[in-house]
Design a protein around this ligand. Structure first.
Ligand SMILES: [Fe+2]
Length: 291
C-alpha cells in the first residue's frame, strides 16, 4: 500500500504574481518563505507547505504523493521499474527545495508529472489562516486532484496495480461527444478520493485540485471573497453525489480550477464497495450562465 496521501502540488506558471494574491486573499492560505529562490510557498496545516508556485514560462503542475518512509519509497521505485515506468531519484538540492528527505519523479500513463516523496522536513511553526477556521488534512492529505487522461483504463490500472490506490467509484459523463467520457475516482486513505481521472483531450493536464475547509461557513466566506475579488466561478455551490462535498469551483489565475469544499465523506476501507454514479451532484455545481 505505498501511497498514503496527496502531499503537495508544485505549480509552475507564468502567472505566479497573481497566484500570490489569489492563494492568500481569496483561498485564505498562509504564504511562507521557502528555500527555492523566487518560489511562493503556501501552508494550510502543520506541514511546511502544501502548494509551491514556481514562476515559469510554461504551465505545468506536478503532483506530489507521500509514502510512509524511505523503505516504501524504495518499494515504489521497484514497483515502477517492474511496471516499465522510467523513474529517477531527485537530487539533494531538489529535495531541499521541496523540504522532503527524498523523492522519485516520473510521468504517469496520462503524461502527468508525478513525484513520490517521504519524510517532509517540519518547521514546527503554528499555521495561521485568519480567513479560514481550518483545513481538513492529516492522514487524508492536502485534498484531491483531477487529471485529464488520454487512456483512462491504463491510468486506472497503473494507480491501482502499481501505486496501490483503491477504486471508489466510476462515472460515464455525457460531454456531448458520440461516446460518454469515462471518469474514475480513486482513494488511498479515508478521504473519498485523492485522485480523479477523466478522459478529456488534455492528457496530463490538472483539471482541478480541492481543499477542504473545516466548516460550511468557511465555504460561504470563500465564495464571498471570490465575488468581492472578481474571481470567476467555474461551478456554483453544490453537493457532490460521490464524496458528499459541499463546494464551489473557482478559476485560478492560469485557468485551472480550485474546488473549495466542506463535509467530505470518510470511507471505511473495511466495508466499502464500489459503485457508478450517474449525476455529479445532488444539487448545484452549475456552470455560470453566459451571454
Ligand atoms: Fe473535486
Amino acid at each position: 500500500m505505498p501511497i498514503r496521501s496527496l502531499g503537495y502540488l508544485r505549480w509552475e506558471t507564468p502567472q505566479a504574481e497573481d497566484w500570490r494574491t489569489f492563494a492568500t486573499d481569496v483561498l485564505g492560505l498562509m504564504p511562507v518563505a521557502g528555500p527555492e529562490a523566487g518560489a511562493l510557498y503556501f501552508r494550510w496545516d502543520e506541514r511546511p507547505y502544501r502548494l509551491v508556485v514556481v514562476p515559469s514560462e510554461r504551465k505545468q503542475v506536478t503532483i506530489g504523493f507521500e509514502v510512509r518512509d524511505d523503505l516504501e519509497l524504495e518499494e515504489t521505485a521497484a514497483r515502477l521499474e517492474e511496471a516499465g515506468v522510467k523513474a529517477a531519484m531527485g537530487g539533494e538540492e531538489e529535495a531541499a527545495d521541496r523540504l522532503v528527505s527524498g523523492f522519485l519523479r516520473f510521468e504517469d500513463p496520462s503524461g502527468a508529472p508525478v513525484e513520490v516523496f517521504h519524510a517532509p522536513i517540519l518547521d514546527h511553526l503554528p499555521v495561521q489562516t485568519p480567513l479560514v477556521s481550518g483545513f481538513v488534512t492529516g492522514e487524508m492529505g492536502m485534498g484531491h486532484v483531477v487529471v485529464g487522461s488520454g487512456d483512462v483504463p491504463a491510468a486506472v490500472d497503473f494507480y491501482r496495480g502499481t501505486l496501490g490506490f483503491r477504486l471508489r467509484n466510476t462515472m460515464r459523463i455525457d460531454m456531448g461527444g458520440p461516446a460518454k467520457t469515462p471518469m474514475y475516482f480513486l482513494g488511498c486513505n479515508p478521504r473519498h478520493h485523492t485522485l480523479g481521472l477523466i478522459g478529456i483531450p488534455f492528457p496530463g493536464h490538472l483539471v482541478h485540485f480541492m481543499v477542504e475547509a473545516a466548516s460550511l461557513d468557511d465555504v460561504g466566506r470563500a465564495l464571498d471573497r471570490c465575488t468581492d475579488a472578481g474571481v470567476p466561478l467555474a461551478m456554483s455551490l453544490g453537493r457532490h453525489t460521490n464524496d458528499h462535498m459541499v463546494s464551489f469551483y473557482c478559476v485560478t489565475p492560469d485557468g485551472a480550477m480550485v474546488e473549495f469544499g466542506w463535509g467530505g465523506l470518510h470511507v471505511d476501507e473495511a466495508t466499502e464497495t464500489t459503485y457508478e454514479i450517474t449525476k455529479v451532484s445532488f444539487w448545484g455545481h452549475r456552470p455560470p450562465k453566459r451571454g
